[in-house]
Design a protein around this ligand. Structure first.
Ligand code: PHE
Length: 765
């Protein structure tokens, strides 16, 4: 143990249970009962489950183990933990913390909505069961909608903020006060509070699920939830939101799990706990999905009975209002509605509170670790600052902004990028083997080398692909600026060559006599060249056909408008690294000991190999730039797939990646370290490979036809749904049983037993 850590008694959890529950408490939150169902409902329906489960297993769980091991190994909150690797890495730690700060400005706002609705439900109970949004049939739908948007939010469309809604300010203050009192005493109290805030919502959730499943029509909801419409998988948004949701739901990449693990006893298990927590979080989301969709099925059934043949996918408005419009409506239709509504919002509040304070705790611990300032002073200041920023969202236009900013922070630009950085830094630049051995030395079961490869290769490639996929998509869709040139008569039909016309028709688009296009594939775009060789990019956006004019690159003609929400969202995610750098430059109270200074004595190996790998990795990077420059990306992507040079470059990238990986494996030993060339070569090569895969996906996308046919109302589960259901139960029940079995085995073998007072020797790795 480092002397500096001995000199200061770091706080710790009371018990393994306390830690596991606190981590579960952080992970399981509004993200499960509010976020998961609404994201699934908005992006892909049942098909969302597939990328979600994949991302959970391949990305989420390994990163959770990674965060636990780095936090526990260094016993520091995120920034200092990363700093142990190299002083520049501290930026990565702050990056996550700043993202957590952005979330802490709006997460309590949603909590505030829940508190208000909890209040309305309690009033309802005393009012003889009348909820303020009650109403039957279509009238009930309108009532619930109006109640939330008009009466409660005073909602106003557009980007203007409007005036502050005092009726939301009060519950927001209550939320912050609750969070404050939960953590001001330190983590030991947190370890106790979560014994209440974790099991209680589960009980509520079970009641709601049983209630939902016993509703007539619930099967329709389940068919929607469990029977995927496969073509949804061809849409990038389905993947994007599924991966983002995994990070958000597991509280990964915000520094929280690092901080929580840093409070853990030296001897406690890491791998098994990470697995248990991830599975518990997934189980909660899944069951929440059952409750929500069964209820929506019931809602659809009632509407159909009233003569409106609506399907589950259209019965409610999708988006973050799902929990505050559709659910209250559905609850109001049931007997004892006020009671069930009470249960629902009580579950949301208890779920949300421990997640919210985990964010505060992580930011707090990072500041305290760095500056040595007193918790009792930092916490109230932090709470006040968070609350003040929160006021932006409790304005009339605030709900729109909440949705936009959440989309950015929890999307590819925010959180997935941070996860990518984390894996790259720890996988390539640091010695991931050290972390693995640290975790293995105290865990109920052992990680193999496969875990290194997941962190170093597989996850960066997946997240990198996602990132480039989105980047290309955004660039080609006029992400920040919209040109107001709606396609109509201004374009002479003659400018469209025969070939292109065929192309359009092949893709299911129609060119009518008066040269207006109906483009059926959402998100598609085509390039048209006129006689003067000017490009016109046609694109269907928000249901209408826009024309983008460009000469050479993108030429933006006047008369358009900035897409303000996207600009602001991008600005915020771009500010995050800026703040991260500034924070990392602030002088800390003491220097964190860095193993790399110890490593300075190690001999550096693999220099030549490293240089070769680096040069190899440069080739595809430059090649791809050349390919993509000068042409618009979708066109380039589609036409390059047939080009052998493209595939050759990709092969070079893969070879460079394999070579660097080999060098890192071979030379990072107990007496030597691999050269920095090899490490950076590895990073560059993984980035190359992901960019290539993104281009391939983009190229293929042109060929996929996304069906927009309406399907009949489904009220039976298909074979596929049973397979999905089986897989989910296997993951949840089989997984948990396995975890407990391994824990028991380890306990019997004398490992994994808690020695709260014992301080282990940590320099052994
Ligand atoms: N995981 C929490 C949820 O699902 C949210 C959260 C995100 C908490 C990030 C902490 C950090 O609601």
């Amino acid at each position: 143990m480092k002397p500096e850590l001995l000199e200061e008694q770091r706080e710790s959890w009371g018990s393994r249970g306390g830690f596991v529950l606190a981590a579960v408490g952080s992970a399981v939150g509004l993200g499960n009962l509010w976020g998961f169902p609404y994201k699934l409902y908005s992006y892909g329906g049942g098909a969302f489950l597939i990328p979600y489960i994949l991302a959970l297993v391949v990305v989420g769980i390994p990163i959770m183990i990674l965060e636990f091991s780095i936090g526990h190994y260094t016993q520091r909150a995120a920034p200092d933990a990363f700093k142990r690797g190299h002083k520049r890495f501290e930026i990565v730690g702050w990056w996550g913390i700043v993202l957590a700060f952005v979330i802490i400005t709006y997460y309590p706002v949603i909590l505030a909505y829940c508190i208000s609705f909890l209040g309305y439900s309690i009033l309802g109970i005393f009012n003889g069961g009348d909820l303020p949004w009650a109403g039957k049939g279509i009238e009930g739908v309108t009532n619930a909608h109006d109640f939330f948007f008009k009466d409660y939010l005073g909602h106003q469309e557009g980007t203007a903020l409007g005036s502050i809604r005092w009726n939301i300010v009060w519950p927001l203050i209550i939320a912050w006060v609750l969070m404050y009192f939960c953590i001001f005493k330190g983590v030991r109290l947190v370890g106790k509070i979560v014994w209440l805030t974790v099991p209680l919502p589960w009980l509520m959730l079970l009641i709601l699920t049983v209630r939902g499943l016993t509703l007539e029509g619930s099967m329709q909801g389940l068919a929607y939830y469990l029977d995927p419409v496969w073509s949804e998988l061809a849409k990038p948004v389905t993947w994007r939101y599924a991966v983002g949701q995994v990070f958000f739901s597991l509280s990964l990449a915000y520094g929280i799990m690092i901080t929580y693990a840093s409070f853990l006893h030296r001897k406690s298990d890491l791998n098994n706990n990470a697995l248990i927590i991830s599975i518990a979080d997934f189980a909660t989301s899944f069951v929440a999905g059952l409750a929500v969709f069964a209820t929506l099925g019931g809602m659809a059934f009632v509407t159909q009975q009233a003569g409106n043949p609506v399907r589950v996918e259209n019965v409610a408005e999708s988006g973050p209002s799902l929990a505050f419009v559709a659910f209250p409506y559905a609850l109001a239709q049931l007997p004892y509605s006020a009671w069930f509504s009470f249960i629902f919002f009580f579950a949301l509040v208890t779920l949300g509170i421990d997640s919210a304070f985990s964010m505060t705790e992580s930011i707090l611990a990072s500041i305290v670790d760095k500056t040595g300032w007193r918790r009792s002073i930092v916490l109230p200041v932090l709470s006040l600052v968070g609350l003040s920023f929160g006021l932006l969202y409790v304005t009339q236009g605030g709900f729109n902004w909440l949705d936009t900013i959440d989309g950015f922070v929890n999307g590819t630009w925010g959180i997935a990028f941070m996860g990518l950085l984390e894996c790259i830094v720890l996988g390539w630049l640091w010695r991931i083997g050290t972390l693995r051995r640290h975790a293995n030395s105290r865990s109920d079961w052992q990680l193999g080398r496969w875990w290194d490869y997941l962190i170093r290769l597989v996850i960066p490639i997946l997240l990198g692909t996602l990132f480039f996929w989105q980047l290309f998509d955004d660039i080609s869709s006029g992400f920040l600026f919209r040109i107001e040139a709606e396609y109509q008569s201004s374009l002479d039909e003659s400018v469209i060559s025969e070939e292109l016309r065929k192309d359009f028709e092949d893709k299911g688009s129609v060119i009518s006599q008066d040269a207006t296009f109906t483009v059926e594939q959402a998100g598609m775009s085509w390039l048209i060249t006129d006689e003067e060789n000017k490009y016109l990019l046609l694109m269907k956006e928000e249901g209408r056909l826009n024309v983008y004019n460009s000469e050479g690159g993108f030429l933006r003609t006047p008369g358009g408008e900035w897409k303000l929400p996207n600009c602001v969202g991008l600005f915020i995610v771009a500010l995050v690294p800026v703040f991260a750098v500034i924070l990392s430059l602030v002088r800390g109270r003491r220097d964190v000991e860095q193993p790399s200074s110890k490593e300075a004595d190690f001999s550096t190996r693999g220099r030549y190999g490293g240089v070769v790998a680096f040069l190899l990795a440069l080739i595809p990077a430059v090649g791809l730039l050349v390919i993509l420059l000068g042409s618009s990306i979708p066109e380039a992507a589609e036409s390059k797939l047939g080009n052998p040079v493209f595939w050759l470059l990709l092969a070079v990238g893969i070879i460079a990646m394999g070579l660097s990986n080999h060098l890192v494996d071979k030379h990072n030993t107990s007496s030597s370290q691999v050269s920095w060339f090899a490490r950076w070569a590895g990073i560059l090569a993984t980035v190359d490979v992901s960019a290539f895969i993104a281009v391939i996906l983009l190229g293929l996308k042109g060929g996929v036809k996304i069906s927009e046919e309406t399907m009949p109302i489904r009220d039976k589960l298909s074979g596929v749904s049973y397979i999905i259901l089986g897989a989910v139960f296997l993951i949840i029940i089989g997984g948990l049983a396995w975890c407990f079995y391994r824990a028991l085995l380890a306990a019997n073998a004398g490992k994994g037993i808690q020695h709260p007072d014992e301080v282990g020797d940590e320099t052994a790795d």
